[in-house]
Design a protein. Structure first.
Length: 215
């Protein structure tokens, strides 16, 4: 089967019978009750990151966007926990019926000590605006479908794709997915992005607690 980088959202919808939900309650819950950074140790670095983005967003390539903005933001959120970690440029592979879904993902928050084992949240980074040869939503969605298979449909899979300053959060729940219209990291909406990422940590922690309770 073709790698993640070759998938479009249309192809993913048709292959896996997915439908887009305009108002998904889990998406609403995920994007509300933001954990606004109130302490200087969070607020001041967030402001510095935002200023760096404003100064360089037109010039950065994808790798520079990752190194200078996305990775420091994820570090500020603190996804490096005892039972899950961020992994960059890792391959995800799973058997789906008689085929293999496989590809390299830019970033995934997952269980696993040395390699991602149980994915919870994906992040795909792009600098350029969407064009005919580049479908970030399709590439993200096929990775999330693969994660759904790995996780045996036990919980929704969360993700986001980034185009320059714009963050689009995506949720896959069963055969339904939802896409947020996007937050602008160069404006006050950077606090909303921070809040959603913090909410993601809380969701992962709850999933792990529930999993432990059923053992």
């Amino acid at each position: 089967m073709k790698p993640f980088s070759k998938w479009t959202i249309e192809a993913v919808e048709e292959q896996f019978n997915l439908t887009c939900s305009q108002e998904h309650p889990r998406m609403t819950e995920w994007l509300t009750l933001h954990a606004v950074p109130e302490e200087d140790k969070q607020r001041l670095p967030l402001q510095a990151l935002q200023q760096k983005l404003l100064n360089h967003v037109y010039d950065w390539n994808e790798q520079e966007l990752i190194v200078y903005f996305i990775a420091p933001l994820l570090h500020l959120v603190d996804f490096e926990q005892e039972h899950y970690h961020p992994f960059f440029q890792r391959e995800i592979s799973v058997k789906y019926h008689n085929e293999i879904l496989s590809g390299v993902v830019d970033c995934v928050i997952a269980q696993g000590k040395r390699s991602p084992k149980r994915p919870f949240f994906f992040l795909q980074e792009y600098k350029k605006e969407h064009d005919s040869s580049n479908d970030p939503l399709g590439q993200l969605m096929i990775a999330m479908v693969a994660a759904q298979q790995l996780n045996q449909h036990q919980h929704p899979v969360y993700g986001a794709y980034v185009i320059g300053r714009y963050w689009h959060f995506v949720l896959l729940d069963g055969l339904e997915y939802a896409v947020h219209t996007g937050f602008n990291a160069s404006k006050e909406e950077i606090q909303a992005i921070f809040g959603v990422l913090k909410n993601t940590k809380a969701i992962i922690d709850k999933i792990l607690q529930e999993s432990k309770a059923t053992l």
